[in-house]
Write a protein that binds this ligand. Structure first.
Ligand SMILES: Nc1ncnc2c1ncn2[C@@H]1O[C@H](COP(=O)(O)OS(=O)(=O)O)[C@@H](OP(=O)(O)O)[C@H]1O
Ligand SMILES: Nc1ncnc2c1ncn2[C@@H]1O[C@H](COP(=O)(O)OP(=O)(O)O)[C@@H](O)[C@H]1O
Length: 199
């Protein structure tokens, strides 16, 4: 906080009031994994199913957010940290509005993922680790970025010359090398039902 004269305003309608109008519990499904691990694909497929069930969702996607809110940020460690800090704050506002938020960012560092977890609390943060080995991601290479990174045309590429810290206690780990997109969606839906997010 830069200015101590900015005071928090308590409004009449609370987070609980907004949540009660929904048919689900608000939360963040935080997808993390290497480029090409399947974050956007699985998050998008899950959002489709949730929407069919009348769940109010929003999918925050790294590629898209970096065209607007975070278009001033690069892929240095510092800018990735700021990227996730901003996205975490946006996701928190969306949870406050009562949504099931799906976020698909590489989010390579444990500290920033933990920071977002602490913004909403354990009960509203579901970390989803796409545990896809880099050789599988590189074979998929849906945007040709690994090829460019190996050719030295992209610097600071995650998994090549920029770190990815694997989650050690994610709520859900998806194996996209062995399981289909549909099986991953079923695994996620089962978790959401078991934890009372959806009925
Ligand atoms: N250097 C480098 N490293 C990794 N990824 C790169 C890079 N340059 C561009 N891209 C593209 O940007 C997408 C990752 O953005 P994120 O905002 O998710 O990254 S981060 O969370 O801040 O690390 C990522 O999207 P996904 O492939 O969907 O993960 C890439 O398409
Ligand atoms: N089982 C699977 N789960 C998710 N994606 C898969 C799977 N098998 C193949 N793919 C493909 O892998 C690519 C993953 O790309 P994407 O979803 O953009 O990953 P990310 O958002 O992590 O960069 C897509 O082209 C997708 O069709």
């Amino acid at each position: 906080m830069k200015d101590e004269n900015v005071i928090w305003h308590q409004h009449a309608i609370s987070k609980q009031d907004r949540a009660q109008q929904k048919k689900h519990k608000p939360c963040i499904l935080w997808f993390t994994g290497l480029s090409g691990s399947g974050k956007s694909t699985v998050a998008g497929a899950l959002e489709y199913v949730l929407n069919e069930q009348g769940v109010h969702t929003y999918l925050l996607d790294g590629d898209n957010v970096r065209h607007g809110l975070c278009k001033d940020l690069s892929f240095t460690d510092e800018d990735r940290q700021e990227n996730i800090r901003r996205v975490g704050e946006v996701a928190k506002l969306m949870v406050d509005a009562g949504l099931v938020v799906l976020s698909a960012f590489i989010s390579p560092f444990s500290a920033e993922r933990q920071l977002v977890r602490e913004l909403v609390g354990d009960s509203e943060f579901i970390e989803v680790f796409l545990d896809t080995p880099i050789d599988v991601c590189e074979t998929r290479d849906p945007k040709g970025l690994y090829q460019k990174a190996r050719a030295g045309e992209i610097k600071n590429f995650t998994g090549i010359d920029s770190d990815y810290e694997k989650p050690t206690s994610a709520e859900i780990t998806l194996n996209t090398s062995e399981n289909s997109i549909q099986q991953s969606v079923e695994q996620l839906i089962t978790h959401l039902k078991a934890n009372g997010v959806i009925s």
